[in-house]
Design a protein around this ligand. Structure first.
Ligand SMILES: CC(C)(COP(=O)(O)OP(=O)(O)OC[C@H]1O[C@@H](n2cnc3c(N)ncnc32)[C@H](O)[C@@H]1OP(=O)(O)O)[C@@H](O)C(=O)NCCC(=O)NCCS
Length: 175
């Protein structure tokens, strides 16, 4: 079955909003939350959005452009919003925007932005087609175009790196 045999699904149908409290075990001695903790939460939120869109298991195939714009502290409430920006045949790009709120004062700042690519897989672990994305707003249209450009660049980069790796491996052209 190809992606075109599915009915298109709206971004809002798979959007995930995840809020959680940052506790001492998430932070260093200065009370700053570890970057890896935020990456893990972002991966979880993105994975849930991907699975809700595909209604299938989905695995991370690429993560890029994760920014750390402001520190997050112990006691902050972190909120992650994960939304699909793009679908290919079996792949989906998910944008995750993270903010931190001081629950005592209500002050809230944008802290991180990341893009994840997930691939839907069948029970044998093979990529399987996903429904196309129904684009409803000019912002979604712009995000889709930008995601498509990023995906083209990711594939180019991946192919370049694969070629280099092949040369570096013993028995390769560069051995
Ligand atoms: C994800 C996986 C099944 C893809 O297998 P594959 O043999 O590369 O499959 P394909 O070449 O058919 O690619 C599948 C899709 O992924 C995309 N893709 C593959 N590598 C990619 C990369 N580095 N960056 C972005 N997209 C990529 C392809 O463009 C294709 O998208 P499309 O169908 O929308 O055109 C395989 O790479 C895998 O199992 N990786 C490990 C995943 C994992 O363990 N993640 C961490 C835990 S969740």
């Amino acid at each position: 079955m190809g992606a075109d045999q599915f009915e298109a699904k709206r971004v809002a149908e798979s959007r995930v909003v995840l809020s959680t409290m940052m506790n001492p075990e998430h932070a260093n001695a200065l009370g700053h939350v570890h970057g890896g903790e935020i990456m893990k939460l972002a991966d979880e939120a993105a994975g849930l959005a991907a699975m809700r869109h595909a209604r299938a298991a989905a695995v991370t195939v690429a993560i890029d452009s994760m920014t750390f714009d402001e520190p997050i502290y112990v006691g902050n409430m972190v909120t992650l919003i994960a939304e699909l920006t793009y679908t290919g045949r079996t792949s989906m790009e998910i944008r995750v925007a993270v903010s931190a709120e001081d629950p005592l004062t209500g002050s809230r700042v944008h802290t991180n932005l990341a893009y994840f690519v997930f691939v839907a897989i069948d029970p044998q672990g093979k990529p399987q087609p996903v429904p196309p994305l129904a684009i409803e707003t000019p912002q979604e249209q712009l995000r889709f175009q930008q995601a498509q450009e990023r995906q083209v660049e990711r594939i180019r980069r991946h192919e370049r790196e694969q070629a280099l790796r092949d040369q570096e491996l013993p028995g390769g052209d560069g051995a």
